[in-house]
Design a protein around this ligand. Structure first.
Ligand code: NAP
Ligand code: ZN
Length: 332
């Protein structure tokens, strides 16, 4: 039996929960979990914000652990190896998207915590194809948040061809945002952190932000037309028209955070300024490996609060109240 923490109804606290592990398929591995980050997507899932939660839900999709068993087709992972597992659990690996390396678009893609039990547990059985060796330079606590948050903020820099000469704003300095500031700064960009929390200004500077703006209309309008790329990592709705105004001509506003309401936009600023609003989800296998290597090389370090797995409810409460600096990592 696997010992885990699960919620049984929308918004309900997690409780100890044991479940029978599935048979180990030829492509599967079992991982003894040492660490698991707490992402805001876990909270969206606990609350069934996206209508796809299957209860009981074991959250957790920023998993670090050691391979304890491997099916006969698993390669190149080995028993005893340290690996990470993120949001995506599997894909068909045969469709045209998978063959092109874009496994996140696979119609058969499955998530670690949708209809499967995640990383708030002592062990997990999952597909070996979506477990990633962790570079030695990264410690496990720091590596955990990279498996979802890191891949999610790294990918749009690549796919939107963000260049070192660009001015980039990161909106929402939480788990994703504080890593995004570091990745964009390491990219060479001039980074501005935009935050509702003035107390985060000093830390944003330490993480690599050249500028800090408080997310208030009177402050933001001072930066009209300034940014080539804005990455929004906020789990809430924002005054989108105002954020489009912050873009320079040809600028892009890219959402990774999931707002609670449809976006309110106007066509003219997009048309006249050749601006774009777009989104980005998690990362594919190649970019996950590139991101881990880039993070190790540039010493991108998640700032974490380490708590025992048994304190997962306290961690969720802190995250709900924007008290975490900047990612809780639960430890077994
Ligand atoms: P987080 O740690 O809670 O950080 C979110 C930050 O947004 C907060 O620290 C806060 O920063 C700001 N914020 C929170 N509530 C706000 C509000 N009502 N208005 C304005 N700002 C607010 O969350 P996270 O783990 O980084 O996740 C952020 C979002 O990304 C979530 O919606 C999550 O589901 C999503 N996500 C998406 C993907 C993907 O593949 N696209 C992957 C992972 C997560 P300040 O204090 O600086 O304002
Ligand atoms: Zn996540």
């Amino acid at each position: 039996m696997i010992s885990a923490w699960a919620t049984k109804a929308p918004g309900a606290p997690l409780e100890p929960f044991a479940y029978q592990e599935a048979a180990l398929g030829p492509d599967d591995i079992e991982v003894a979990i040492t660490h698991c980050g707490l992402c805001h997507s876990d909270v969206h899932m606990i609350d069934n914000d996206w209508g796809n939660t299957v209860y009981p839900l074991v959250p957790g999709h920023e998993i670090i652990g050691t391979v304890t068993q491997a099916g006969e087709r698993v390669t190149p992972l080995e028993v005893g190896q340290r690996v990470g597992v993120g949001w995506q659990r599997s894909a068909c690996l045969r469709c045209s998207f998978c063959i092109a390396g874009e496994q996140t678009f696979c119609e058969k893609a499955e998530s670690t915590i949708v209809g499967h039990h995640g990383g708030f547990a002592d062990r997990i059985r999952t597909s070996g194809s979506f477990a990633f060796p962790i570079p030695d330079a990264l410690d496990s606590v720091n590596a955990a948040p990279l498996l979802c948050a890191g891949g999610t903020v790294f990918t749009p820099l690549v796919t939107n061809e963000v260049r070192a000469t660009m001015r980039v704003a990161i909106v929402g300095i939480g788990g994703l945002g504080h890593l995004a500031v570091q990745f964009a700064a390491a990219w060479g960009c001039e980074v501005t952190a935009i935050s509702t929390s003035p107390a985060k200004a000093k830390e944003a500077a330490r993480l690599g932000a050249a500028h800090f703006l408080v997310a208030k209309e009177e402050e933001l309008t001072k930066a009209t037309g300034r940014f080539d790329f804005i990455l929004v990592a906020v789990p809430a709705s924002l005054p989108w028209l105002l954020y489009v105004d912050l873009l320079a001509p040809k600028g892009k506003l890219c959402l990774v955070g999931v707002p609670d309401k449809p976006l309110e936009l106007a066509a003219f600023p997009l048309i006249v300024g050749h601006k774009a609003v777009c989104g980005s989800a998690i990362t594919n296998r190649t970019r996950m490996e590139q991101m881990l290597e880039f993070a190790a090389r540039h010493k991108i370090v998640a700032q974490t609060e380490v708590m025992p797995m048994s304190e997962c409810n306290k961690a969720i409460d802190r995250l709900r109240h924007n008290q975490v600096r900047y990612r809780v990592v639960l430890e077994n």
